[in-house]
Design a protein around this ligand. Structure first.
Ligand code: KIV
Length: 272
């Protein structure tokens, strides 16, 4: 039986049913109304309004500069477009690490204004009080462990995380902690596949991977990467399903040519 095909609206409960039935969860990022509409209509299970918007929408080098109000703008645009999938909004850097009350207020603002279904934040034991406080207000939380882009300045590099035993043990314990606190799912980014499989096997909640191998319960990619809009970013875990960069440049090139040559607009493309 496919849980995916049966349901009209994806909830956090539906995701746990998918894990129970061994059905993989599909998740992609989106940041605007038009793209989210297409992604939802194509049948995606979860849209993540990722803080990767800082990179692909605003052109920043890291995810750190994006603000709460900017994430809310993206979240609102996405929620307006979808009728079926679950929408998760990333809590941006600096809006939940300070203290748990600040975290709660940020999460409430996101939920009140965007009408999203859940929030996501990065970290384990360091942010567990914030996670608990957000959950206590009835807001579903998705965790994020492994490579955590908001900590890039501490790592200094985007290499694979948790290859060493100590970091792998910490990740595993953090995942357990997040599950015990009540998170409905966890994203694992750029870690060895064997560790991804172990976490997915030991935990009851769905584990969604990005560069965490095929043994987890679902996969997520940044939509600009998988559609081939971004060109310079080519990690091993990325599969490109289209080459929109060349499609778009070709179409724009043809438009420029037609305008310059006075071929556009023709008689049918103007009013009497
Ligand atoms: O911001 C984002 O797009 C993410 C994914 C990479 C999981 O957090």
């Amino acid at each position: 039986m496919s849980v995916h095909k049966e349901i009209k609206r994806v909830t956090t409960h539906v995701l746990s049913e998918m894990k129970l039935h061994g059905e993989k969860i599909s998740m992609l990022t989106s940041y605007d109304y038009s793209m989210a509409k297409l992604v939802d209509q194509a049948g995606i299970d979860v849209i993540l309004v990722g803080d990767s918007a800082a990179n692909v929408m605003a052109g920043h080098e890291t995810t750190l500069p994006i603000t709460l109000d900017q994430m809310i703008y993206h979240g609102k645009s996405v929620v307006k477009a979808v009728t079926r999938c679950l929408v998760v909004v990333d809590m941006p850097f600096g809006t939940y690490q300070g203290n748990s009350l600040e975290a709660l207020n940020s999460a409430i603002k996101i939920m009140k204004i965007t009408h999203a279904d859940a929030v996501k934040l990065e970290g384990g034991s360091e942010v567990i009080e914030s996670v608990q406080r957000i959950l206590s207000a009835g807001i579903p939380v998705m965790g994020h462990l492994g490579l955590m882009p908001q900590s890039i300045n501490r790592y200094g590099t985007y290499v694979v995380r948790a290859k060493e035993e100590e970091e792998a043990n910490k990740l595993f314990n953090d995942a357990k902690l997040l599950e015990q606190a009540g998170c409905f799912a966890i994203v694992l980014e750029k870690i060895p596949a064997s560790l991804g499989t172990k976490v997915a096997k030991e935990l009851k909640i769905p584990i969604i991977g990005i560069g965490a191998g095929g043994g987890v319960d679902g996969q997520v990619l940044v939509i600009h990467d998988m559609l081939g809009i971004t060109q310079e970013f080519s990690p091993r875990f990325l599969r490109r399903y289209a080459n929109l960069a060349s499609e778009i440049k070709g179409a724009v090139g043809n438009y420029i040519k037609d305008v310059k040559s006075k071929d556009f607009p023709n008689e049918k493309e103007q009013y009497d």
